[in-house]
Write a protein that binds this ligand. Structure first.
Ligand SMILES: [Mg+2]
Length: 437
């Protein structure tokens, strides 16, 4: 496995690294190209250092020419494919002429729409160098003319992950190494209540429920608020004060009731209040945030740096939860993290989805200074990966494989392709009006 603490071996970057990308294992042409680049790259540090004196003359000439006009080995995108699974997760796979493939994930709510959107980008990508990740992000996003929205940002997010995956595999390093190296030794994760009760994690979150009903009314009565509070108090008492318990309002509570619940639950110090209201009106969220000392978390329905700019400027949240599959990919989460750092705000990336989502999130977590905790980190994704994730004591180890650090098992994936599951339709049990879920 790739070890960041060890000196680079001579075979570094030669395609036999780490978790053993199956994409590049048999491709002699790729190995030849990478070896040539390694040779030239080593020359920049001094050919003698690597025992390449016999090539020094040629290497020096190449290095001088590369110093002015860097030449890059030819890697070109040859194909973009999408896969919609029965559980509505949607994957994008980008192939290249050197056998390296990259994987990404997009928004499950509009899986078939995102798949079609990604295919619309394929003509732009064909024949291009996948390693110009930020350049392609800009082109896909800005050439759309009508910008933003979850479908476009999901398309750019999935492709962004796949391109980072390819770039890392080409260089033989995890993505976080290209983003400045690891900022921590392991990645804290949270799971569900069951995970915490089994002692697998010491952080989780729950929803707002009382009597099996959501907080649908504009103003819930004392019985409802009391039941929600009592349930949380029991949970706090049974698990103790050292377990972090977030509460997810899921944007399904009206502001009038949200404030009642926020105040009633404060004595039990939840880890955060997540999406206490929808954040389409950021001023309303900011107003609630100003009335409690418990951190407000939001972000799963906010997209790109432009969306998070308003959240930060209006102090509407003190924990950001961008989703690497919707908010703009690894490229954009890095930028959002930088903006957040200037407001003393950490990231707790949202993740209800699959292995690319978790892997890409881990690459961000490993490379930013203001990472807090990762959602969905207790899942192994053994049904889609050759080597499943394995968290220990509430932490995932830093990924060591190249690119995203995972290997999709295509046989397992293809077995799950099918019509995507429908999302719930929710109505008020008393009058039948549409309610949030
Ligand atoms: Mg949520």
């Amino acid at each position: 496995m790739y070890d960041m603490h060890k000196p680079l071996p001579e075979s570094f970057g030669a395609g036999q690294s780490a978790a053993g990308s199956n994409a590049d294992r048999d491709d002699a042409r790729h190995d030849d190209q990478i070896s040539r680049r390694r040779l030239l790259g080593c020359a920049g540090l001094g050919a003698g250092l690597f025992g390449l004196a016999q090539h020094a003359g040629q290497v020096e000439a190449d290095t001088q020419s590369r110093a002015e006009v860097p030449r890059r080995e030819s890697i070109k995108i040859t194909k973009l494919e999408t896969f919609v699974l029965k559980n509505s997760w949607v994957f994008v796979k980008v192939s290249t002429n050197v056998g390296i493939v990259g994987w990404g994930e997009m928004l499950k709510d509009r899986s078939t729409t995102c798949a079609a959107g990604a295919k619309q980008v394929e003509p732009y990508l064909l024949g291009k160098d996948p390693r110009r990740v930020v350049h392609h992000w800009q082109a896909i996003y800005r050439h759309a003319f009508y910008r933003g929205g979850p479908v476009l940002t999901s398309v750019v997010s999935g492709i962004d992950q796949a391109l980072w995956d390819i770039k890392g595999k080409a260089l033989g390093v995890p993505v976080y190494e290209m983003l400045g190296g690891p900022t921590r030794n392991k990645i804290r994760v949270y799971g569900g209540q069951g995970d915490a009760e089994k002692g697998i994690v010491n952080a989780f979150k729950i929803g707002i429920r009382a009597g099996g009903r959501g907080a649908h009314r504009y103003v819930e009565n004392p019985a409802f608020v009391g039941e929600v509070t009592e349930n949380f108090a029991k949970l706090r008492e049974s698990l103790g004060p050292k377990v972090d318990i977030g509460i997810d309002f899921h944007g399904a509570v009206q502001p009038q009731t949200a404030l009642l619940l926020i105040k009633a639950l404060e004595p039990y110090q939840p880890l955060f209040y997540e999406e206490p209201v929808q954040c389409q009106n950021v001023d309303v969220l900011a107003d609630l945030a100003g009335k409690t000392h418990i951190p407000i978390a939001t972000g799963e329905r906010v997209f790109t740096k432009w969306g998070f700019r308003e959240i930060l400027e209006k102090k509407a949240a003190s924990i950001l939860q961008p989703d690497v599959c919707y908010a703009g990919g690894i490229t954009e989460l890095r930028l959002i993290a930088g903006m957040a750092e200037a407001h003393y705000v950490p990231l707790a990336p949202h993740n209800p989805q699959g292995p690319c989502s978790l892997a890409a999130s881990c690459q961000v977590a490993a490379s930013i200074p203001n990472f807090m905790i990762q959602e969905g980190g207790a899942r192994s994704h053994a049904d889609l990966l050759k080597v499943p994730f394995k968290q220990q004591n509430g932490f995932l180890p830093l990924p060591t494989g190249p690119g995203l650090g995972i290997e999709i098992d295509e046989d397992k994936l293809l077995a799950q392709v099918g019509p995507p599951s429908k999302y719930p339709e929710t109505y008020d049990s008393e009058d039948g009006s549409v309610v949030d879920w």
